[in-house]
Design a protein around this ligand. Structure first.
Ligand code: SAH
Ligand code: SF4
Ligand code: F3S
Length: 424
């Protein structure tokens, strides 16, 4: 079934290619949000390339405008509407196609708003219909009609889409789609549907091919990678061990695991591997057990700290990065102090800090005692200061040590130095 659907789209790719032949058309793409969206965009770009479009970094050159949207926080949505204003001006004097895809398009209040106030948008597609861009584009061009192609039901797992990767040495590989956790602040389960895992053989084949092409670093992606379920009994730890065996791949990362599913077999797989990065991302969200409960995270402050200890016992050189939300509804000064306490105890290498943003349709949006903006911002600054004050001290442990990194290029500040962004 899925294979036939992909074949259909490959036929549409040929049709659009025929339409565009000798026109030297260009696309301008903007990708918002997480690595999963970036990986989706690599597939969109792969399809666009086969349809005869070339990439343009300049908006004024482009014939097709595409935004792969994110709705995790309000500011991501605002950026899209800002960009649409710019696209509109270009459309006033040039015949362009504007397409919007991704997470934000799964929200009805957003697509209604676009229909009403941004009616110059030509194509809207959601997270479950990304593979249908060729068909949507073909129908839009031929019929000169607006297309809305959004599915509410869960998408399937499609293999074999063309892909054009943004980098030659490091690649992201999505291992699972969707999320079942329904953390009370989070929109992702509503816009990405329930968890669907790719088959182990498809994932391993993709990584083997990447290794043959010369890729050195692989990041395994999913909203909750450690609930990966390849088939009965084949879990995330099995996948880690199998990826570890692939010759040519030197560094393996994964993002994001959920603390509640970080089982010992995963820790053992990290311990036994020389390739899995020792910078491990373990999203905390809050250090307060009360807030964690209201967030529906299913672990306590103590369980989180215990997990960090368990990892350190088996993997003594492990260091951690994390995500933290400040200003969740009902967060008291004491709750926030608990978060700071965990930050002090774990000594994170990197913290991705977010101010809580209300998302329509989530449970937390309906909670009483929303925190005033001013308090949220003050707490955010306090957290930032605590982290920044520790960076220098924290980095001292690396002086004089040898670390395996993938070099990204020469330093902008000093051409005699090589650099690597330290990211999870
Ligand atoms: N599935 C991953 C990450 C999902 S989104 C995980 O569970 O770790 C990335 C981060 O955005 C989250 O970890 C969380 O810290 C943040 N986030 C999600 N919803 C948010 C909201 N409504 N407001 C502020 N930050 C949010
Ligand atoms: Fe959102 Fe929670 Fe799922 Fe992460 S695990 S995507 S934070 S619902
Ligand atoms: Fe954003 Fe969707 Fe990722 S909401 S964070 S792009 S899964």
């Amino acid at each position: 079934m899925e294979a036939e659907e992909i074949q259909d789209q490959k036929n549409y790719i040929k049709k659009v290619y025929e339409l565009n032949k000798n026109k030297s058309l260009k696309y301008y793409i903007l990708t918002m949000g997480c690595k999963l969206n970036e990986n989706d965009s690599e597939k969109l770009v792969g399809m666009l390339g086969e349809m005869g479009y070339e990439e343009s970094k300049e908006m004024n050159d482009a014939d097709l405008f595409l935004i792969n949207t994110c709705c995790i926080r309000e500011n991501a949505e605002e950026r899209v509407f800002g960009k649409l204003g710019e696209f509109k001006k270009i459309k006033e004097h040039k015949d362009i196609i504007i397409a919007l895809g991704g997470c934000m398009m799964q929200e009805e209040h957003i697509t209604n708003k676009i229909k009403k106030s941004y009616s110059f948008v030509d194509i809207i597609f959601g997270t479950h219909t990304l593979h249908k861009l060729p068909e949507d584009l073909y129908k839009c061009v031929i019929n000169k009609k607006k297309i809305k192609d959004v599915l509410d039901i869960d998408g399937k797992v499609y293999e074999g889409l063309p892909i054009k990767r943004g980098d030659k040495k490091q690649a992201s590989v999505t291992i699972m789609y969707g999320c079942n956790n329904f953390c009370s602040y989070c929109i992702v389960p509503y816009v990405r549907g329930r968890e669907r895992s790719r088959k182990p053989e498809d994932i391993l084949k993709e990584i083997e091919d990447l290794a043959k092409e010369g890729y050195k670093e692989i990041t395994l992606l999913g909203q909750n990678v450690n609930s990966y379920n390849g088939r009965d009994g084949y879990k995330f730890a099995n996948l880690l061990r199998d990826v570890d065996k692939i010759d040519g791949i030197e560094i393996i990362r994964f993002v994001s695991p959920h603390p509640k599913d970080f089982t010992d077999d995963v820790i053992d797989a990290i311990r036994d591997s020389k390739k899995i990065s020792r910078l491990i991302h373990v999203p905390l969200q809050s250090g307060s057990t009360n807030v964690l409960k209201a967030m529906n995270r299913k672990y306590t402050k103590e369980q989180y700290l215990d997990l960090i200890d368990r990892i350190k016992q088996k993997v003594p050189d492990a260091v951690f990065s994390t995500d933290i939300i400040v200003g969740f509804p009902k967060e008291t000064e004491e709750d926030f102090e608990d978060t700071l306490d965990v930050v002090r105890k774990v000594n994170f290498e990197q913290i991705f800090m977010f101010i809580y943003s209300r998302r329509i349709g989530t449970l937390a949006d309906k909670m009483e005692n929303q925190i005033p903006e001013e308090i949220k911002h003050k707490r955010f600054e306090r957290l930032k200061k605590l982290f920044e004050d520790n960076i220098e001290e924290n980095n001292k442990k690396y002086v004089g040590t040898t670390q395996k990194i993938l070099v990204e290029g020469y330093s902008k500040n000093n051409p005699e130095m090589l650099t690597r962004k330290n990211r999870y």
